[in-house]
Design a protein around this ligand. Structure first.
Ligand code: GTP
Ligand code: MG
Length: 196
């Protein structure tokens, strides 16, 4: 899918500062440094839309980006950022859980996982939480360009077995592979949401 207009709309680091509901939203979640902001840029074809960094914890708060006036992508703050204080972390968790459990127009969540690591406790917890609040999700395997073909197919198969019946979509923000499949999933999730 070609994106014509991708615009930063809002940043929220408290419940009160969440922007008023408007368009359907797809949220991008995953541990720090997994490649959330890079994927947002790859999906929109805008290199500098979301700030990316080698330093974990670059994205703070929820960032809302409007896409061609029909949907918004929401960059969630990364979890598993150890050097952040316990109280700060529990605050983030509260804000993110508030958002995930109450946002009417939330059509789906992408759970990003580094293909070399696969899902760990935090991802399983997030998936369980989304099951409990009834929000659809898909796993997105990031940085597939970092593995050789045979290692990649083994690792993809292993992760797919582990997350089934959820789906896992392999992607690379470096070369854009898998981004179209991601758009197809998001579009379907938004259409399903609209029918409910
Ligand atoms: P936080 O905002 O800290 O939660 O991190 P993030 O999940 O937004 O990660 P970010 O997009 O900033 O990427 C982290 C690092 O991984 C950067 O150095 C990126 O260049 C690199 N990276 C992200 N995606 C890919 C990819 O598909 N391939 C490769 N080779 N590197 C990637
Ligand atoms: Mg980020």
């Amino acid at each position: 899918m070609k994106v014509h207009r991708a615009e930063f709309r809002a940043a929220a680091n408290t419940v009160a500062s969440l922007p008023p509901p408007s368009l359907p939203e797809i949220a991008v979640a995953g541990r720090s440094n997994v490649g959330k902001s890079s994927l947002l840029n790859a999906m929109t074809g805008r290199r500098g839309l979301a700030r990316t960094s080698r330093t974990p914890g670059c994205t703070r708060g929820l960032m809302f980006f409007e896409i061609d006036g029909w949907m918004s992508l929401v960059d969630l703050p990364g979890y598993g950022y150890a050097s952040r204080s316990q109280s700060e972390r529990s605050l983030w968790k509260k804000l993110v859980e508030h958002y995930l459990s109450t946002r009417e127009q939330l059509a789906g969540v992408l759970i990003l996982v580094d293909v070399r690591r696969g899902p760990e406790t935090e991802e399983a917890e997030l998936a369980g939480y989304l099951d409990s609040v009834g929000v659809p999700y898909a796993y997105v395997l990031t940085k597939v360009d970092k593995l050789k073909r045979s290692a990649l197919s083994q690792q993809t198969a292993r992760i797919r077995r582990a997350v089934a019946p959820a789906i896992a979509l392999p992607t690379s923000s470096e070369n854009g592979s898998g981004v179209d499949a991601l758009w197809r999933w998001m579009r379907a999730a938004i259409e399903t949401e609209a029918e409910e």
